[in-house]
Write a protein that binds this ligand. Structure first.
Ligand SMILES: [Zn+2]
Length: 463
């Protein structure tokens, strides 16, 4: 009699947790063993406890530490508060091509565990360069990243790569073969035999330098010949051009006035059959302290938007096209005889006639008297010469890949549109034309239609 009543009750107890957890039921039961962290060189009990939202005293107590001021690098620390999880905590810096999902899968972490370990509430808050904790098994295996094509299931992906589909499900904490979306990235065990890490189909070795206000972003990737790659950075279309070494390169200026914080990198691959595959990731723009100029007083018409607006529009339209050939080589040549005398540098915030500091200095000012020589900073083709209201006597030179140099306030222009010039060639004379307080040469360097710090180009080889 008793057994007849007990059976339904036991069944209920077994079933209820599956409904209440709301998480995929994994093919293997999780082993509880707690999480551990290996102490690194610069760690202290305080920094570690802050990272895991606990207290130094609690960690010390749990690890039988008597001297809280001494913590040897390499010590294996038990981190309290995660006893339902098990594994070794590893700090990973988010790289280009990584998403919270791919980080979880790389470490075979359960999504809920990943969010808890990083105290994350919003996955969009993650950007390249952020440090995240992942939980790895104590015997990690090398895996291969594989992107999911449109319409492909985990089952098809596994079969194509010669991996047991069940292994793929376990490795990626998937509840079933249906549980993948196009554009997802899955990890397959290394036995899958694929060598290169792919961010998108046919795209490997993606790299980008640290983004900074007023500096040049250098993007490169290996792109296989059967796909077309396009992309944008913070809304600017990337001028992607194939290089002689087989890589694809794009240079893009980061505007001086970009608000420091995340900007969006979007990449799209078009395959031979016309199908497309996109990828988006946040990258962080870092603040650069360029400083301030003393308040400036100039004739009001030279800061009148009715005059400066059309002139800026004309300038940016002229330097928008990206010529495929790179014409410069190595470091840019100084544009004047004495390049170390500079009344003003790039990026300083400016106030004109009592305005707020909403303007910035778009290039470098070099000393010089009316009639002193101006030289081209690199090989290129002259795309404009003429008189502008603010910039005065102006020459614009195209150096290829969307890189241009601009020379303003000239008293004489010695080249004409269409001329090919060499680095160091005299192209004009210094003057005091346009919006100036005295004679000097103003040099702009423009990359991807954005003014950048010319010193990057005058002091180092780009890219
Ligand atoms: Zn200037």
């Amino acid at each position: 009699m008793k057994a007849r009543f007990l059976r339904p009750v036991v069944a209920l107890i077994l079933v209820i947790p599956l409904f209440f957890t709301g998480l995929p039921v994994h093919p293997v039961a999780a082993q509880s063993g707690g999480v551990y962290y290996i102490v690194q060189d610069n760690d202290s009990l305080t920094s570690i406890s802050q990272n895991f939202h606990t207290t130094p005293a609690r960690i010390a107590l749990a690890n039988y530490i008597t001297d809280v001021n001494f913590l040897a690098p390499g010590t294996r620390l038990y981190i309290p508060g995660f006893d339902d999880l098990s594994g070794l905590l590893t700090q990973t810096t988010v790289a280009v091509g990584e998403t919270p999902l791919s980080l979880m899968r790389q470490s075979h972490s359960d999504p809920s565990a990943f969010y808890r370990l990083n105290f994350l509430t919003n996955p969009d808050a993650i950007a390249v360069g952020y440090k995240m904790y992942t939980l790895t098994s104590e015997s990690p295996s090398a895996d291969v990243r594989v992107p999911v094509s449109s319409g492909q299931t985990a089952l098809e992906l596994s079969v194509t790569n010669g991996v047991n589909p069940w292994t793929t499900l376990i490795a990626n904490t998937l509840s079933g073969a249906w549980d993948v979306l196009p554009n997802d990235i899955l990890y397959l065990p290394s036995s899958a035999g694929q060598a290169a890490e792919q961010v998108l189909p046919g795209v490997t070795d993606l790299s980008i330098n640290t983004l900074q206000q007023g500096k040049t972003a250098i993007f490169s990737a290996q792109v296989s010949s059967d796909v077309q790659l396009s992309g944008s950075l913070d809304g600017y279309t990337l001028n992607l051009s194939p290089q002689s070494d087989g890589s694809t390169l794009a240079l893009q200026g980061i505007p001086r006035m970009t608000v420091p914080g995340p900007v969006s990198l979007v990449l799209t691959v078009t395959q031979a059959d016309g199908s497309t595959y996109s990828f988006q990731q946040n990258l962080l723009v870092k603040k650069v302290d360029y400083g301030y100029d003393a308040p400036l007083t100039v004739p009001s018409e030279t800061v009148d938007p009715a005059i400066t607006g059309p002139e800026d529009d004309f300038l940016f339209k002229t330097v928008a096209p990206a010529t495929a050939t790179q014409m410069w080589s190595g470091i840019f040549t100084p544009p004047v005889v004495n390049p170390n005398c500079r009344p003003d540098t790039f990026g300083k915030l400016r106030s004109f006639n009592g305005s707020d500091y909403s303007y910035f200095h778009s290039g470098i000012d070099f000393c010089g008297g009316v009639g002193d020589k101006i030289f081209a900073v690199a090989d290129g083709v002259v795309v404009y010469t003429g008189q502008l209201d603010v910039r005065g006597g102006t020459t614009l030179i195209d150096h290829g890949h969307g890189v241009y140099s601009g020379y303003y306030h000239q008293s004489e222009i010695d080249v004409k549109q269409g001329d090919t010039v060499k680095a160091g060639q005299q192209i004009g004379l210094i003057g005091d034309t346009g919006r100036v307080t005295g004679p000097h040469l103003h040099l702009d360097v423009i990359v991807g239609d954005v003014q950048v710090d010319p010193d990057e180009w005058l002091s180092g080889t780009m890219p």
